[in-house]
Design a protein around this ligand. Structure first.
Ligand SMILES: NC(=O)C1=CN([C@@H]2O[C@H](COP(=O)(O)OP(=O)(O)OC[C@H]3O[C@@H](n4cnc5c(N)ncnc54)[C@H](O)[C@@H]3O)[C@@H](O)[C@H]2O)C=CC1
Ligand SMILES: O=C1[C@@H](O)[C@H](O)[C@@H](O)[C@H](O)[C@H]1O
Length: 339
């Protein structure tokens, strides 16, 4: 394709995120359209395809990837289905935007990394959308100026109003803290080397048996320490905050003070209710950046290496949660492709 052609995207997985990304590509992103949707649930795929002109519904990702009108793939199926779709797309040298997690564990992430390395060029962007959130972008830009000095500590808070019924204690790390593994590595420009997980008393509002909240501590190869409060049944809304403590100052985002109201004896703002609300702008920017880069024949976003490192940190985190103590993160040597 040339940069003037419209990018024809196959969206794999038409659940909550996939259907939202179809709406986004059709209504918000320029230079791209959805030509195929895929879901193992045929009725779900057909229902989403019916809302888009010229879109075909499939139940098999590989069949969609071999269609004449597919230039690129957006993977938004459940995590365990990502590896097969990624390997099939790399086999066909198709550009991919893959929702987080790249894959659910380090071994499968490494297989994807090896496939891309063999291909010899980057094709995959991982959906760590916080890198496109305007507040995180400002924080990263400030850190890059060096005005605050070296970062020493990073405090993250990640709160969801309520967890879905299938959520397990391990998923607080592998599904939710996955974002902070990337944010920590990206903001600090350092790899995470060890993880410790503390288990506060579970909230009465957490489903029976769910260890919620958790307090996760990361150590990095640059000597910084980051913590993550993950609380997925906080009840009051969706809240993501980050504060970096540096040698000459601190910077904090996520307070949501875009608008403050005064009324009837109280003041304050509102709290988003979920990620599709809080990070709507970030998803829009992420998909636009991916479409633009893909049409130029480039890959500019979070890489397979970032997805692999996040998977390895989460795996160490799950071990720290279940076995207790401090668990070191083991990464393979970083290939030159991801230098
Ligand atoms: N970036 C972010 O903030 C968020 C990312 N996610 C990620 O997005 C992905 C999807 O999550 P949700 O939409 O919440 O899940 P969902 O359960 O609503 O949708 C997943 C869909 O994938 C389909 N599916 C499963 N296996 C498939 C296969 N082999 N081929 C084709 N379709 C298949 C399912 O039938 C379902 O319709 C996950 O990787 C999740 O971690 C989810 C929420 C927020
Ligand atoms: O990625 C996400 C979900 O999968 C996860 O379950 C939530 O906890 C996160 O806030 C959301 O961004």
């Amino acid at each position: 394709m040339t940069s003037s052609d419209t990018l024809r995207v196959a969206v794999i997985g038409t659940g909550k995120m996939g259907a939202d990304h179809v709406r986004r590509i059709q209504g918000i992103v320029s230079g791209a359209r959805v030509s195929a949707v895929v879901d193992v649930d045929a009725e779900r795929a057909k229902a989403v395809a019916a809302r888009v002109d010229g879109c075909t519904a499939y139940t098999d990702p590989v069949t969609a990837m071999t269609a004449d009108d597919v230039d690129a793939v957006l993977i938004a199926s459940s995590g365990p289905a990502h590896e097969a779709a990624l390997l099939a797309a790399l086999d066909r040298d198709l550009p991919v935007l893959c929702e987080k997690p790249l894959t659910p564990d380090a071994a499968s992430a490494l297989r994807v990394l090896e496939a891309e390395r063999k291909l010899g060029h980057r094709r995959v962007q991982v959906g760590f959308m916080r890198r496109y959130d305007p507040e995180y972008v400002r924080l990263k830009a400030l850190l890059n100026t060096g005005q605050l000095g070296r970062p020493l500590m990073l405090h993250n808070r990640h709160r969801n109003a309520a967890s879905p019924p299938f959520f397990t204690s391990e998923m607080l790390i592998s599904d939710s803290v996955a974002h902070e593994t990337d944010v920590t590595r990206w903001l600090l420009g350092q790899e995470i080397t060890a993880v410790t997980v503390l288990r506060p008393r579970p909230s009465v509002n957490a489903p029976d048996g769910l260890q919620d909240p958790q307090f996760v501590v990361f150590e990095t190869d640059g000597g910084a320490v980051a913590d993550v409060e993950i609380f997925v049944n906080c009840g009051f809304g969706y809240q993501v905050q980050a504060e970096v403590v540096c040698e000459r100052g601190t910077a904090r985002i996520g307070d949501g003070h875009a608008m403050v109201t005064n009324m009837a004896g109280r003041w304050g703002g509102t709290i988003a209710q979920d990620f599709t609300d809080r990070f709507a702008d970030a998803y829009d920017r992420e998909l636009q950046a991916w479409a633009d880069a893909t049409r130029r024949g480039e890959v500019t976003g979070p890489s397979v290496w970032d997805g692999y490192a996040a998977a390895a940190v989460c795996e160490a985190g799950v071990r720290a949660l279940t076995d207790g103590g401090r668990v070191e993160v083991e990464l393979v040597e970083r290939p030159g492709l991801y230098a």
